[in-house]
Design a protein around this ligand. Sequence first.
Ligand code: KIV
Ligand code: ZN
Length: 518
Amino acid sequence: MTSTDMKRIKIFDTTLRDGEQSPGAAMTHEEKLRIAELLDEMGVDVIEAGFPISSPGDFKAVSEITKIVKRASVCGLARAGFKDIDRAGEALKGARQPRIHTFISTSPVHMKHKLNMGENAVLEAVGASVTRARNWTSDVQWSAEDATRTVPDFLCRCVEVAIHSGATTINIPDTVGYSTPQEYFEIVTMLRNRVPNADKVIFSTHCHNDLGLAVANSLAGVLAGAGQVECTINGIGERAGNAALEEIVMSLKVRKDIMPFATGINTTLLSKASKLVSNVTGFPVQYNKAIVGKNAFSHESGIHQDGMLKNVETYEIMRPEDVGVNATSLMLGKLSGRHAFRDKLENMGYALEDAAFEDAFRRFKDLADKKKHVFDEDISALVDDGFMRGQETIKVKSVRVETGTGIKPQATLILSVDGEDRHVATGGDGPVDAVFRAIHEAFPHTATLQLFQINAVTEGTDAQATVSVRLEENGRTVTGKASDTDTLVAAAYAYVNALNKLLVKREKQAPEALTVAR
Ligand code: KIV
Ligand code: ZN
């Protein structure tokens, strides 16, 4: 069967909305734009760029993402209240293909405890919200929050009202990750069979991973006739996350023999997208993660290696190149020039403007002075760090640490805060403690340290260290990340990266439960 004979499934990416809601996953504006650009290049059909009413930052992100995407539809989330919908409509003004995604809870537990609304009031809100959204755009998606714990008859009535009011996509969230593949299949089948005009809309899956079933449930939805899958890169999202985009796309690609569905995704960009999202959020990808984990294509046991040498199909169901993992990586060193460096960046899929290229090249040369071989992983860390250290409010200008046996560690730091240099020198219980105390003195804050983690980017004692720092302030957590051959320097950058993210997150209000304010 060729891909033209197969049903086309839309990929709706919500990394920038549901993904960004993960505890600790705040993204700066520039980071959101970079992710949106890559999703667009990768062939994602719809990018859910944010929740415009939740903060000025989300509004700005949705609005600017509409200007940079070339192919995808851009979507903004809104509760059922008119203020939310109008804010989303405003943010999407100027988009070539704007989509408003409006939702309300439909399960008994949510209606009673979260909304304090009865069935009739919810039905009325469904009709009013979809009608309001249709005044802004013809592309309206409606979601029944907690659909999988909703009474089936009531779910059918809600979907009927949404379709009647003009919704073009009907999304069936498994909001709390409670469903199973068989059950989810039956819910989508029921809606398609029972609701009048169900054949006029696209059904969509949105599955959370609390029981580890998000991808299986989404695929069951597709088999039941859903034409859109909502997912996120690396499966990030509320609590245990959402269905992972890379797993959905590769499952459909590898098992097209039993799932004859095609997506528009260029799968060779999956690995790059995974690394970008991991760097931006500071969430490491587990080594054994399907498709994009470090070990996803490694064969350790002798029997497997022997089989692989005889024929790769013995143990490999897809090729690393299919997901953008290079089989061999050409190393660079201190004699490599601009030309080789630019070639390498292009092969790795980075297109840097002149100033960013010069900055990356300078830092590559510094790194090559300290490290004999510079691997692809080093270059990714270096380029991604460069983006993160761009236009931040707080910057590390210099850091020096004196430490050793028999002396109290002492950190000397220059921190630039909104362009003003602050000089401090402080002691600590250990060298990392001294660095963090110095930052605290230069930029007093109430955030507390939740996690400090060091990973080597490559092998060897000259490897760069990637440091992750998680901070918590008033129930909000963020993770900062940075790499350097000097672990203490990386620690300083990572801490400051987390502080900058906290500043972004401070302006974001926690969206309260729905109000149907008109
Ligand atoms: O999980 C959920 O129910 C959601 C909705 C807003 C679609 O994210
Ligand atoms: Zn969700």
